[in-house]
Design a protein around this ligand. Structure first.
Ligand SMILES: C[S@@+](CC[C@H](N)C(=O)[O-])C[C@H]1O[C@@H](n2cnc3c(N)ncnc32)[C@H](O)[C@@H]1O
Length: 298
């Protein structure tokens, strides 16, 4: 078993958990290879974790890695269903979201997440879902492509973006990651190489977000989390790009200022928590990470 993902902001997550005076129950909504959960299991004495991941292949890796722990339950599920899942049968004191994808997806999943691979464009975390990256890039019309590049990768609506989309449509069919990367590099040939690669990274990101319905899932997942968290409990969310962070920030603000007398929430950190310089240096995937935490007061 080769572990590829180094968990991000782990110390900061552990320091900010609500520790219950009996067992501290946690939902790790994005278990991945289980790095974050393993740190928690080995640091906090009396803890129970429900570890969720929608990708069954990465969950199998976590299963092997965490097999020595009896106080974790692994659940192959989309976190949008966390409040309905019958296995989650304890009071919940902390809910963690470590959003986005794992290094496992980029380097080992063969599902076409990385533009440095020659896999078929797929990008589904959950392979039972229907929509693939291949369908998006080959079947979406120009308006639909413009929407996802704008909404999920902050591409400006201007003539250059329109020309890029026109170019993609002319080059169809596009089957593999390598194929798509070459087409993009050709379109951006007048840009410095690192700028072109930045654009390609954002294009792959936009397609992945659309395939996995990620923005809608974050909204639904957080709504569920607000429903199940116990008083004094905390929701902790790590984001990796502006689109994700905007959603978390807005939903946290909304809950903080709502006037529901039965449930009140307060923000734990007014400013986002970022990885230390040392963490950013040792784990480049952590560079863009931002942690936001909210607590249910009553
Ligand atoms: C950044 S990784 C988590 C890494 C993990 N914290 C660790 O330490 O290894 C994000 C994980 O969330 C999973 N994921 C993405 N969307 C999901 C969803 N809607 N429901 C459940 N899991 C999801 C992905 O499959 C991926 O494994």
């Amino acid at each position: 078993m080769k572990i590829l993902h180094i968990p991000v902001l782990c110390d900061e997550i552990i320091e900010n958990l609500y520790i219950h005076n009996k067992t501290t129950n946690i939902i790790d909504c994005t278990l991945g290879e289980g790095g974050m959960s393993e740190e928690i299991l080995s640091t906090i004495e009396d803890v129970y974790i429900f570890g969720i991941d929608t990708d069954s292949s990465i969950l199998n890796i976590a299963k092997e890695r965490l097999s020595k722990y009896k106080n974790i339950d692994l659940i192959n599920e989309n976190y949008i269903n966390l409040s309905k899942n019958k296995k989650i049968n304890k009071d919940i004191h902390n809910i963690i979201f470590d959003l986005g994808l794992s290094n496992y997806h980029l380097r080992n999943s063969n599902k076409g997440f990385s533009f440095d691979s020659n896999n078929i464009l797929d990008m589904r975390f959950d392979e039972s879902e229907n929509l693939t990256a291949h369908q998006i890039i080959n079947q979406y019309n120009k308006k639909e492509l413009l929407t996802i590049f704008k909404e999920y990768a902050d591409f400006p609506i201007n003539s250059n973006t329109n020309k890029f989309i026109e170019y993609i449509v002319q080059k169809r069919p596009i089957d593999t990651c390598e194929n798509l990367k070459k087409i993009c590099l050709n379109f951006y040939r007048n840009l410095p190489y690192n700028k072109a690669i930045q654009n390609i990274t954002r294009i792959f990101q936009a397609i992945r977000i659309e395939v996995n319905n990620e923005f809608e899932n974050i909204k639904k997942g957080l709504e569920n989390a607000f429903n199940v968290i116990e008083p004094k409990g905390r929701i902790l969310a790590i984001t990796y790009h502006s689109g994700e962070d905007r959603i978390v920030k807005n939903i946290f603000r909304e809950y903080k200022s709502n006037n529901n007398i039965e449930k009140k929430f307060k923000l734990i950190n007014k400013k986002v928590i970022k990885p230390t310089f040392k963490e950013q240096k040792t784990n480049s995937s952590s560079r863009s990470a931002k942690l936001r935490i909210i607590e249910r007061v009553i």
